[in-house]
Design a protein. Structure first.
Length: 319
């Protein structure tokens, strides 16, 4: 009960909630500030100076004490203003494999005429990235988030902070941006042989689309290499067509869930399929993917690789 009450007070005090879409503006109520250890030591020194000046009636002591106090108050104002009214938005996170670290990008926009220095972004308060945001500019800063398992990864609550200019105060704001990253299954170690090729048309293992002698054009299919698009035909507003070549034949194969050993666990099967996708892409093959509940049609290229890996990452996971 105490923990629940503490969480409620913490959420109310720091304006915590779910992911916030769009742009976040750091208005005054979203920026918090407290003295650092150096700031507390500085305050203790001021108290000692004040006590000594009163005890010994030192005029210069009073001047020094009040001068340093004014500097401390100004430092508090400048530390707070270093974060106030910044505009923050989430960038796109590139997919990663399980076991790697995802990089989430936050765009920091400074719409004021004052430069902002030493702005830090952290997730766990152990590692932080610092940037300077000049007036009327936008700077991207990234933070790493471990991705231990496949699926959809969110960065959680991030902290934007600063100690500029004197390190006497720590100003911060919590961010819960609406961002996510696709985490692919960890691929099995290299060396697994690819399954036997099978043409989708049922005419054998090889489909007559070589890359040596031009033999005609066909309708463009998603995933076809841009190098094979008939751009002259497209320039005549006749649509997109792909050049076909006779000679060396490309191999098409299906990466099928059902050909895997039945004794493997779900994650092991996804791991093997991920390895096959990477190997087929590296070999320049045309390949498709069949898993329970989803089929990715035959295709080639990087887009096909991403579609297959994303299907494996989201297998049996509700968005």
């Amino acid at each position: 009960m105490y923990a629940a009450l503490k969480n409620q007070i913490h959420s109310w005090l720091f304006q915590l909630g779910g992911p916030e879409p769009g742009v976040i503006v750091l208005v005054q109520r979203r920026v918090f500030i407290l003295p650092t250890r150096h700031g507390l030591v500085f305050a203790c020194v001021l108290l000692l100076l004040l006590a000594g000046s009163i005890n010994y009636n030192l005029s210069l002591g009073f001047v020094l004490t009040f001068l340093l106090s004014a500097m401390g108050i100004n430092a508090m104002i400048y530390t707070f203003r270093n974060l106030a009214n910044l505009r923050l938005s989430g960038g796109r996170a590139r997919p990663v494999f399980a076991g790697e670290s995802a990089r989430f990008v936050v765009n920091v926009e400074n719409g004021s005429e004052a430069d902002r220095y030493s702005i830090g972004l952290t997730r766990d308060k152990k590692e932080a990235e610092f940037v300077d945001v000049l007036a009327r500019t936008t700077v991207a800063v990234s933070v790493g988030v471990p991705a231990p398992r496949r699926g959809i990864l969110t960065p959680g609550r991030l902290t934007l902070f600063t100690r500029y200019p004197m390190g006497l105060y720590y100003a911060w704001a919590y961010l819960t941006l609406d961002m996510h990253c696709i985490v692919y299954p960890r691929p099995a170690p290299p060396g697994l042989p690819l399954p036997e090729a099978a043409s989708s048309s049922g005419e054998g293992a090889e489909h007559g689309r070589g890359q040596e002698d031009f033999s005609g054009v066909r309708q463009y299919h998603r995933g076809d290499s841009p190098r094979h698009i008939a751009w002259k035909v497209a320039a005549r507003d006749q649509g997109l067509f792909t050049k076909q070549f006779a000679g060396r034949a490309e191999t098409e194969l299906w990466l099928d869930w059902n050909v895997l050993p039945p004794g493997l666990s779900v994650e092991d099967k996804l791991s093997r399929l991920a390895r096959w996708v990477l190997d087929a892409y590296a070999a320049g093959l045309s390949f498709g993917l069949r898993i329970p509940g989803r089929t990715v049609d035959i295709g080639t290229g990087e887009m096909q690789r991403e579609h297959c890996l994303e299907a494996l990452a989201l297998y049996d996971i509700d968005r």
